[in-house]
Every structure is written in C-alpha cells, then in structure tokens.
Write a protein of this length. Structure first.
Length: 456
C-alpha cells in the first residue's frame, strides 16, 4: 500500500512540474548574471569599438568610465530590473561581468538610481566604485563599494561626501575619497582586524583628514605615500605629511586674470611630481610640495604657426614614459584684460644645468597678450594636443583631425579629458564606445624647450 501511495505522489510531482514548464512565460526566466557576451568588440582604423547589444536585458543606464591603467576599462550596467553590474575589459578583451549586490542599510531607491561617478581597479583583486545620486540630500551621501573580484562579494563599504577617488601605489594599499569642498578620506583597501561598519555606512578604519584654512576648493589630489598626499587648490599647493602635518605653498604671481579661475592640476610619473598652477606654466615639485623648477610660456615655446599655444597649455597628466600631456585652455572672456605681473615664488634650487637659468618675463612681456587678443585666435580652432619630454626638452604637437573616426562617432576635439597614464582615451555615444590608444596620434611639429626660469 505504501509503495502505491509513494508512486502516486511521485507521478503527481512530475505532472505538476510538466504543467508549470508549459505554463511558464519566457519573461519570468531570471536574467543571467553574466551579460558580458552582450558586448561586441570590433577593431577600427584608430583603436577599437565596443558595442552593447542585448535586447533581452533592457537597461536603465550604461556608463563608460574613463580608461584605467594597465589597459583596463570598466562599464556600469544598470538594468530595468534594478540590478547594478560592472563589466571589466582589458585591452578590449572581456574580463568578466560582476553583479554589485546592494549593501545592507542602503535604501532601494538610492541604489536603483545610483550613478557610477568614479572607479579604480587593482587588477585581479578589487574594484573600488563610487556611486552617487544627483540631488540626494545630506542624509544620503555618496557610497563607496569595494567589490572583491575573486569572491565577487562586497569587501567593505563607506559612505561620506566626495566626488573623486585617488589610488596610491599598489604597495601602499590605500585609496582616497575627496571632493572640492570636502575633507579627504583615507580608505585602506584591505579589511582591518576587527573592522566594523556603522549603521550610517562609515568604516571604523576610515580616516578623515581635516582641512586647514589655507586649503581652498580642492581641484586635484595625488597620493605620495600611504599617509601623505599633494593637494592642488584655489590658494596654491598643499602637502599633507602625515604626523608632520601640513605644508603650504601659495599660488605664484604672474597668473593672467583671464585664467584666475582655472583649477590647478597635478601629475605624477616615476616619483616625479608636477604642478600646474595655471595654464601656460608648469612646476616640478618635491613630495612635500617644495618647488624645484618652473617653466613659463617663454620656456615652453610652441612651434609655428601656433606660438600663442604656449600661453594656453593645460596639463592633462603624465604618461608611463614620463612625458607630460597638454590640451589648450580657453581664456575666460569675463576676466579683466590686464594680467598680473611679477613673481615671488622661488624654486628650491636653480635648474640643474651649467648655464645660468633664464629670468622670468618682465611686466611688459607678461601683459603682451591681452584678453582682447584671444577671441580671434581661439575662433581659428584649438584642435591640438601636445606632449613634452622634459629629459629631451622637446615639445611635440599632434592634431585631432588626423585621427580616422569610426562611423557614428565624432572626432575628439579640444576639451576632451583623458588620463595619459592609461595610454588611451574613450569616446562614447551611449551604447557604443570608441577606445583610442594614444599611440594612434601622430606627433609632428616640435619645438625645443628652454631651461626653467628662476623667478624673482
């Protein structure tokens, strides 16, 4: 009797399963976690084109992050089913798609609408992702998620105001969260023993560095060690030296008024630190911000027929070979036509050369180009990019117009932002991105740059 009952139960289960299979609608099948196959990669005349094409996975948003070092590229994929994912490429080849789980304590609405603002990746280890929602109140600050690329689990989270991430050297194991008007936060990549996270999302191992009054509106941060960093800001250059505190260096005189609001920029390459206080000028500094050498437009002369470009050179960063890259800044049309003159900012030592360093430009020379001279020059086009080899004292020029563009894309133009250290730039038009190796640019005209100026 028992055998008969058991047989009837088994038969009932089989019939029920068959009925459910027939009745089930296709749309109820759970989406796959790995939609990396939806990205198609094609080579182009200049670089490669990566296209997202998966009609089975309707998207809420697709955001291409700027290329990262070591050939890495990260894409945010936010689906209509409220899933947050990232897809990682290396040199155009798919490395994997990772589901980003919603951390405990994070509101569903925030996570569903969260936009990936910045990202840094330690290859084969962790992706640090900065999410924020436009218009969110102070009670919902940005969310930093460290996603372990091996376990595919969240390693840690931290919530605090901030707009950018800055990674230290790998051996230092630290990343900084910072913003224009917020205190930098030091976040160790690894979990500390006994580490906890508060109900508000604050890591117990996170350290917020209080800003002194000398630091005004941060524009750039570059780590110089596990506990030290340089800050470019409206008031000049500041160095945080850990237990030694802060060291400040004021903005050098001589900045034209039409660049009075131009943000300072930092670059690091092979333990060499560079600071551009304003377009047209560049300084090499020590890790504590102490100035070593200074080049003005007179020393960073650009080749004919674009000699005036020298006063517009805007630092983009340094590449892996130590070359500095520049595009061209546009003078502020609302500024006073007169320029500031003179300089009181002194290098640590004269330039390393047997010859005497050059003298800074006189007041008459500094004001030789007025604001009213610029509109006509700018209207002729600024579709040029430069790289400078400080060792060979050579400043080379390339034109964006020389690039062959794939169908559906516009050619890069002045103002496109990229990180030279990554060796690539990215243009996107929504579901498709064009990854352009910087080696595709053909540099032609060059000029010899002078010795750094010794400022009075």
């Amino acid at each position: 009797m028992k055998k008969i009952v058991l047989a009837v139960l088994v038969m009932g289960l089989l019939v029920t399963g068959l009925w459910w299979t027939i009745r089930r609608k296709p749309g109820t099948v759970p989406p796959t976690e790995d939609n990396g196959s939806a990205f198609k990669v094609e080579t182009s005349a200049s670089g490669m084109v990566i296209r997202y094409d998966n009609p089975q996975m309707p998207l809420r948003a697709l955001r291409w992050m700027p290329p990262l070092p070591n050939g890495l590229l990260l894409v945010q994929v936010a689906t209509q089913s409220d899933r947050q994912e990232i897809t990682l490429f290396k040199n155009g080849a798919l490395q994997g798609t990772f589901l980003v789980p919603k951390p405990a304590g994070v509101r569903d609405g925030f996570f569903r609408l969260a936009e990936l603002q910045d990202a840094q990746v330690v290859e084969g280890d962790v992706a640090v992702l900065l999410y924020a929602v436009a218009g969110a109140g102070d009670d919902e600050p940005p969310l930093v998620i460290a996603l372990d690329l091996n376990t595919k689990d969240i390693r840690w989270i931290h919530r605090a105001p901030g707009e950018h991430l800055a990674m230290s050297e790998i051996q230092d194991g630290v990343i900084y969260l910072y913003g224009a008007k917020t205190s930098p936060v030091k976040l160790p990549l690894a979990l500390a023993n006994g580490e906890t996270t508060s109900p508000t999302g604050a890591r117990s191992s996170a350290r917020s560095i209080e800003l002194p009054a000398d630091v005004q509106e941060i524009s750039d941060l570059k780590p110089t060690g596990a506990w030290t960093f340089l800050l470019a800001h409206k008031g000049g250059l500041s160095a945080y030296l850990g237990s030694k505190g802060w060291q400040h260096h004021p903005m050098p005189d001589g900045r034209p008024d039409y660049f009075k609001d131009a943000p300072g920029v930092l670059a690091v390459s092979a333990k060499k630190y560079w600071w551009q206080p304003y377009p047209g000028a560049i300084a090499q500094v020590s890790a504590d911000g102490t100035p070593k050498s200074f080049w003005s437009p007179e020393e960073l002369a650009t080749a004919a027929p674009f000699e005036k470009d020298a006063s517009l050179l805007h630092l983009l960063g340094a590449d892996a070979d130590g070359k500095l890259w520049f595009d061209l800044a546009i003078p502020n049309a609302t500024a006073s036509p007169e320029a500031s003159t003179g300089s009181s900012w002194k290098p640590e030592t004269p330039a390393a050369s047997s010859a005497e360093p050059q003298t800074a430009p006189s007041a008459e020379e500094a004001t030789s180009t007025k604001l009213e001279d610029w509109p006509g020059y700018v209207s002729q086009g600024l579709d040029r990019v430069y790289n400078w080899d400080p060792q060979k004292k050579s400043l080379q020029r390339a034109k964006w117009t020389a690039l062959t563009t794939p169908q559906g894309f516009q050619r890069p133009s002045n103002g496109v932002r990229f990180r030279p250290l990554t060796g690539a730039l990215l243009q996107d038009n929504g579901p498709t991105a064009w990854l352009v190796p910087l080696s595709s640019l053909v540099f032609g005209e060059s000029s010899a740059t002078g010795k750094p100026a010794q400022l009075k």
